[in-house]
Design a protein around this ligand. Sequence first.
Ligand code: ARG
Length: 590
Amino acid sequence: MEKILNFITKEVEGAFTECGYDKSYAKVTLSNRPDLCEYQCNGALAAAKAYKKAPFLIAEEVASKLAGHAAFSDVSVVKPGFLNLKLEVCYLADYLNRMQEDNERFGCEKAAQPKRILIDYGGPNVAKPLHIGHLRSAIIGESIKRIGRFMGHEMIGDVHLGDWGLQMGLIITELAKRKPELVYFEEGYAGEYPDEAPFTISELEEIYPTASAKSKEDASYKEEAMQTTYALQHGRRGYQALLSHILNVSVTDLKRNYKNLNVSFDLWKGESDAQPYIPDMVEKMKEDGYAYVSEGALVVDVKEETDTKEVPPCMILKSDGASLYNTTDLATIVWRMKDYHPDQMIYVVDKRQELYFTQVFRCARKTGLVGEDTQLTFYGFGTMNGKDGKPFKTREGGVMRLEHLLSEIDEEMYRKIMENASLTDEKEARETAKVVALSAIKYGDLSNQASKDYIFDLERFTSFEGNTGPYILYTIVRIKSILAKYAAMGGEAEQAKILPAKSDSEKDLMLALARFSSAMETAFLETAPHRLCAYIYGLANALNHFYHETKILTEEDACVRAGYIRLLMLTRDILETCIDVLGFSAPERM
Ligand code: ARG
């Protein structure tokens, strides 16, 4: 089903052609003066130049053709030549009824040419706890993935684990000190290694920071860890067996954490999966003459003439022959192209890595790892700051762990729900608090343009009023409660139709609903979940305004009442569809 804007544009095109003007001038847009009209067409201004005629005259001619047209209740011409349009309520109701019939898509067409898009987000580091920086990547990436999927694209989410660094060597080194008797450390051991990991996740999470701190104070400890990393990366069996234990324990824990965030990945690949592709890739870069040795390191030049800032060469191998973060990202591109050949790869990463990705992307293009038919996109996000404007910290000033942040918000939400005394059952209140808390944190994040820093304000994010997740959920719950009351009264609206609006607030709600497919499409085309947030905020406001001005359940005319109920059902469905692609959901009550 086409967007309402397209339908309206077609009507206006007809009028332009009838008057002898080219239909390309008939483009209709949403009004930027909602106090004057609902839609507008500025085409007469452009046509005036081409036809050497006053724009006002052209607009008047077109307006006279549109007068009395079934789509419009008002067509007026404003100097110097704007066409202001208001929709006929029957036309609008008819459009909404067709939206409602269009199961689960509500009039939003899938992309005519679906793309395959691989999205790299999450990016947690194995054995290190998830922190706030990873939160943003997970929230934003998940939403971009879901928006793309809704639009009919094949979206492949890859978590891209950080599982290939010194941190692995550090953990193994520390483990060797604590439990030297473990069979993994026995040199020349040829037997099988145990299935069970010799540590739990909490031990693992304690081992890493301890080892990391020691390595900063003690140079010989660090040296040892580097040697262990080297041995691990060069195939020492015992260490590799430990690595797979670390991975298993860590990934199990990560999956649990992501599940709580309503985030899931199609691929659980990591940096280590790219390693086998490195030797051939490096060899080829050398052979083709792109990679050369500079100050001992192997590099590829990636600067371009038009650069205004310096873009240093992309380092492929360090002087000791070791690979780096860059090498891994390039080799990851190799397997992604080989296995998936995506039309686009989107990287949802902290914007401080932008220059780094510029180097990697240029290097990948220059050396032919990706061709013209694959788009590489860096989608950088800003920092989540505390109220002091500095990166968010715990009260004690340490790095805030994701789990702790989430439970803090859960607690706050629980307190608010109990305060409202809306739920009496303790268990239900706890569960509801979790659902609402997730909306608070996700909406608080997604409603900002991703590239900007934002301030995490617990009080504001968890408020039931204003531009917040809980406000959106509150609106959905309000609708659900009216629908439940209607059903309890014996109401039956399944066969009913949405009727032409009888008030301004009702019409505003209907106009907002009619914009759904445009909002979703824009959010995808601009990779902008915040556009979808702005849309549902407007929709929720329109619903609440309508609710306050209208007697819904006490409306005497059963037909009108059923029409209202259908309108509420469509509003609920559209709000729920939108929050689902944003990555959260609404409770039944709150
Ligand atoms: N693990 C990295 C970090 O914590 C993020 C990975 C981003 N993705 C990538 N392909 N480099 O900063």
